[in-house]
Design a protein around this ligand. Sequence first.
Ligand code: AMP
Ligand code: MG
Length: 480
Amino acid sequence: MSFRFDNSWLRDLDGSFLRLAPDAAPAPQLLVFNRPLAQELGLDPAVLEAEGAGWFSGAALPEGAEPAALAYAGHQFGGFSPVLGDGRAHLLGEFLTPDGWRFDLQLKGSGRTPFSRGGDGKAALGPMLREYLISEAMAALGVPTTRSLAVVTTGEAVRREDGALPGAVLARVAASHIRVGSFQFHAARGDAPRLKALADYAIARHYPDLAGTPQPYLAFFDAVTARQVDLIARWMGLGFVHGVMNTDNMAISGETIDYGPCAFMEDYAPGTVFSSIDRQGRYAWANQPLILAWNLARLAEALLGLFDADPERAVDLANTRLEAIAGAYRAAWLAVMRGKLGLAAEAPEDGALVDDLLAAMQGADWTLVFHRLSGAVAADTAALRALFPDFAAMQAWLPRWRARLGACAPEAVAAQMRAVNPAVIPRNHRVEEALAAAGAGDMAPFQALLAAVQAPFREDEAYMLPAPSGFGPYVTFCGT
Ligand code: AMP
Ligand code: MG
């Protein structure tokens, strides 16, 4: 017995899931196991290591698991699908930690469900390792995210555009899998009782202080907004591009969820987009705050009936909130950037300072510029200069920043900056190298990269350098 399951979703939210078992993988093998995470969650690593191949592949069920596929809808690239749902994932259940926290345990790549449409319900090894790696990097960077507990190979081949690939299942741990699309599912069917039940459930699970307040659903919307604004500002500060910010991939817990074609921007260009299917650049780096507001508008639409019984008044209440998102985001972004620049207090000129920095650093490596800025607090700009094809604009900007820092001790500022500006991110050429080696049976590059991204503030030359010239343009593919 290792998981203390307590499956409240299945108990409370009839009509929001379908019970069904995952496929039994023919020859499962535990390939990657997150021992530190297991320990953090109060799970017994020895038991999980012994049972993981079965439990995390769907071949065997841990005691107390009640597998189900969750129902949700979603706007994908702007177009609405009233029924999406877990087409290749199974919630095994919710477990409680010794501290009383509740987490979903979900398998991804565990077989077809009634939500699979044309898909095979399976996942290839590469994309599951990619989610494992990037989600663990995000966690180490301090970004709210779902976590990866294990990757199991199934012993089965999955057919994809590029031929037969090794199949795998990812075991993922999440605060929950409640998405904007979960609300849209019931709203689209006009199922007010189930929509309300879901909202009450989400409040109880994620925002318990709001239960019983005079306007709990408005407060819920505000709380989700606050967490999502904070989340996207953090992504932006790290140069993270999620790649598929569909409403079914936005969790109301405020965790980053559904790592597909995501990647970190290297040379700074606001229009950076990696996903092969995002031809219009809808989910480009610089668009993410706009999409955040767009997705929250879809959540507000779904919740309108709960905001107020009078439809006009409900729309007014929603609009007031939606109009405030851009300002809230700008404030969160400036807070992130102040942290990156070692600025302790707010000043009216911060907006211009940040905007002008971005203009000056076009084409230079996002991560390294901030990392090396910490060395340029005093006068030493040689390392920074090397990142710029043309340093003139940056040269003009530096004195303004130093003036803003004022009399702060340079070493103290630099230390503060190094604690928020990572040295190591999962660089695209390193990710590709690790996944290619893993596909050929060699896990050493993956394990080495994983160790590096799990300590992102530690300098490690080999993982800090940008791709050699000739790598790119980098294109990512959806996890299907
Ligand atoms: P995603 O792009 O991974 O967020 O998935 C969007 C939708 O497509 C969800 O409903 C998934 O369950 C479904 N889906 C993705 N890949 C597959 C697959 N291989 N088989 C069946 N359904 C899938
Ligand atoms: Mg998804």
